[in-house]
Design a protein around this ligand. Structure first.
Ligand SMILES: [Fe+2]
Ligand SMILES: [Fe+2]
Length: 236
């Protein structure tokens, strides 16, 4: 790893890119690496009230032999189909399963009277985000991904999308969706932390909301920081 001073001046995106195992540590510490990837590492630490030197110490203790997370190092043109398949099988489909479990847990939980207001907002935010993401994933599966696959000469499966369609416009729409989802996820995470420990039965909802935050951020990171930039390079 580069010197501590150099690392603190790197963006959170660069650190995750070079050290994929940092993702788990950042998630554990609540360091947001996804919604503003251009944020400097030292600024991201300051937002969480963390000392960059302490986080770097923890980073150094991570196993160096960790295999890099798939595709985080970037992709070649002939890997677009593989990455889209990875996103579909590791994120879109599991998200749908998680959404169903989370909706049941949100319906079943009864908050203690002191937490009713926070809970009401948290529940509405989570249900709204689920609905938003369902539509978002459909748009990717039916418009953006087929357009991308058509551009690189891969199978478009459910096409309906002209091969000549430029993926730039749908990519921009998806990025706006991601930015909004990232903001809602941050609010959900804050409310989730405020409610942590409010009752024994909240633990299940708490864990599911953490999983939602983690998995959706990973998903958006792969699209925003790997798939879309690679595509823009080829479209030039
Ligand atoms: Fe996606
Ligand atoms: Fe997306």
């Amino acid at each position: 790893m580069t010197s501590p001073n150099q690392v603190t001046e790197q963006t959170i995106k660069e650190i995750v890119w070079r050290h994929p195992s940092a993702i788990s540590l950042f998630e554990e510490l609540g360091l947001d690496y996804a919604s503003v990837p251009q944020r400097l590492f030292r600024d991201a630490c300051a937002l969480r009230g963390l000392q960059p030197a302490d986080v770097l110490d923890s980073l150094k203790k991570l196993p160096q032999a960790d295999p890099p997370a798939p595709f985080l190092e970037g992709i070649e043109e002939d890997q677009v189909g593989d990455l889209i398949h990875h996103i579909f099988t590791h994120y879109h489909e599991p998200h749908r399963k998680l959404f169903r479990t989370l909706e049941h847990a949100l319906d079943a939980f009864v908050p203690p009277p002191s937490q009713e207001d926070t809970w009401h907002q948290l529940r509405l935010s989570a249900l709204g985000l689920i609905e938003e993401l369902q539509i978002h994933m459909m748009k990717e599966e039916h418009v953006l991904f087929p357009a991308m696959l058509a551009k690189v000469g891969g199978s478009t499966h459910q096409s309906g999308c002209p091969a000549s369609m430029n993926p730039e416009a749908p990519m921009r729409v998806m990025e706006m969706d991601h930015a909004h989802a990232g903001q809602v996820l941050s609010n959900i995470r804050s409310a989730n932390e405020r409610m942590a420990g409010c009752s024994k039965s909240f633990q299940q909802v708490h864990n599911l909301l953490l999983e939602l935050w983690q998995e959706v951020n990973r998903h958006m990171y792969l699209e925003n920081e790997v798939l879309f930039p690679a595509f823009r390079t080829w479209l030039r």
